[in-house]
Design a protein around this ligand. Structure first.
Ligand SMILES: Nc1ncnc2c1ncn2[C@@H]1O[C@H](COP(=O)(O)OP(=O)(O)OP(=O)(O)O)[C@@H](O)[C@H]1O
Length: 313
C-alpha cells in the first residue's frame, strides 16, 4: 500500500472488505466508489477497480507519481493497493458531490442552484488544477476525461478535479470500455474521437465544454444535441452569431450576473473548443483569461440563488 493513511495495510484492508452496498457513493466506468470513514474521522473515497492492474507494466510507478501530486484543486490520491483479485485506489473524500449533480440534479439532491459567483469560482479552480497537471508536473499529465462529473466540490464549493491520470493507466490495461477513447462523448475533442491521440489540447477542448455547462446549464450529452447532431459549443456559437449572450445563459442566472463576466467565460470556452487544436489556448492562458474577469467586477447577486446556503449531500 502506497501513500498515507496512518493505518497498517491489514487493518485498512479489513475495513475495506467490510464495505457494503450502503457505503457506495457511485459507480463509474472504472469501478465502484465507496465512502470509508476511519477511526480518526479521516474520510476516504475507496475506488474498487473493475479489472486488474498489471503490476509489471509500470503502473505502480505511475500511481506513486500520481499520489505525490498535491494541489488545492485536485483530488488527492492517498494510496493504492493491488493484489491478484483486488485493485483499490484511495482518495480524499470530497464531500459535496460532483459539478454535474449541482448543475442538473440539484432539485432531486436537495441542493440550491449554483449562483454565478460560485460557478465562476468553480471554473477558475478547475482551470488551475488542470494547469498544474499540464504545466507543473514532470512529465506533464493529460487528464483525458475532463467533464463535469469529474469535477468534485468540497465543503466550500471549491473545485477539485478527480480521475486525472486514471484514463491513461486503464487505457494501457485496456479496461475502460465506456468509449473507444477515454472520455464521454459530448466532452471529447473531435480529433481525439478521430485519432484516439491524447494531447493537452484534448483536455482544453473538454474544459471549454465544462465552461459552457457552467454558463448555459446545458449538458453536452443532452438529447437536444444528440438529435440535432450539433455539439454544445457549436450550438452556443450559432446562437451568439444570431442574437446575443442572454440567449445562451442558464435561465437560473438571468438578471443575476454581469454580462462582461459571462462574455469572458463564453469567449474563453469558444477559444478552448476551437476545432483546430493549434488554435486552442494553453491551460495557463485559460487561467489568465478567467482570472482577468475578477478584478473590477461588481458584486451582483440574487437571493433566490444561493452560494453559501448549500446543503451537504
Ligand atoms: N474522491 C471522491 N470523493 C467523493 N466522491 C467521489 C470521489 N471520487 C468519485 N466520487 C463519486 O463516485 C462516483 C463514481 O465516480 P467515478 O469517478 O468512478 O465515475 P464517474 O466520474 O461518475 O464516471 P466515469 O468513470 O465514466 O468517469 C461519482 O458519483 C463520483 O462523484
Amino acid at each position: 500500500m502506497a501513500g498515507k493513511p496512518n493505518l497498517s495495510t491489514t487493518v485498512l484492508m479489513e475495513k475495506i472488505e467490510k464495505l457494503t452496498a450502503e457505503d457506495i457513493i457511485g459507480t463509474g466506468g472504472f469501478g465502484t466508489v465507496y465512502r470509508l470513514v476511519l477511526d480518526d474521522q479521516t474520510a476516504l473515497a475507496v475506488k474498487k477497480l473493475i479489472r486488474g492492474i498489471d503490476r509489471d507494466r509500470g503502473f505502480e510507478r505511475e500511481l506513486e507519481a500520481l499520489a505525490d501530486l498535491k494541489h488545492k484543486n485536485l483530488v488527492t490520491l492517498r494510496g493504492h493497493y493491488s493484489a491478484p483479485n483486488i485493485n483499490i485506489l484511495l482518495y480524499d473524500l470530497v464531500g459535496n458531490g460532483s459539478l454535474d449533480t449541482w448543475l442538473y440534479e440539484y432539485e432531486a439532491a436537495g441542493l440550491q442552484p449554483l449562483d454565478w459567483d460560485t460557478r465562476a469560482k468553480i471554473g477558475i479552480g478547475a482551470a488551475r488544477g488542470l494547469a498544474y497537471l499540464h504545466h507543473d508536473c514532470v512529465p506533464r499529465i493529460i487528464h483525458r476525461d475532463v467533464k463535469s462529473s469529474n469535477i468534485l466540490l468540497d465543503a466550500d464549493l471549491e473545485a477539485r478535479v478527480s480521475d486525472f491520470g486514471l484514463a491513461k493507466l486503464m487505457d494501457l490495461d485496456k479496461t475502460h470500455v465506456t468509449t473507444m477513447v477515454a472520455g464521454t462523448l459530448g466532452f471529447l475533442a473531435p480529433e481525439y474521437v478521430a485519432t484516439g491521440l491524447a494531447t493537452e489540447k484534448v483536455d482544453i477542448y473538454s474544459f471549454g465544454v465544462v465552461l459552457l455547462e457552467l454558463v448555459t446549464g446545458r449538458h453536452p450529452c443532452d438529447n437536444l444535441f444528440k438529435d440535432s447532431g450539433i455539439s454544445l459549443p457549436q450550438s452556443v456559437r450559432n446562437m451568439i452569431d444570431e442574437k446575443n449572450l442572454a440567449v445562451v445563459l442558464d435561465g437560473l442566472l438571468v438578471g443575476t450576473c454581469p454580462d462582461e463576466e459571462v462574455a469572458v467565460f463564453v469567449d474563453t470556452a469558444l477559444f478552448c473548443t476551437s476545432s483546430l487544436p493549434s488554435h486552442r489556448p494553453s491551460m495557463a492562458q485559460v487561467v489568465k483569461m478567467l482570472e482577468g474577469h475578477q478584478s473590477s467586477r461588481p458584486s451582483i447577486g440574487n437571493d433566490s440563488i444561493a452560494s453559501s446556503s448549500h446543503k451537504p449531500r
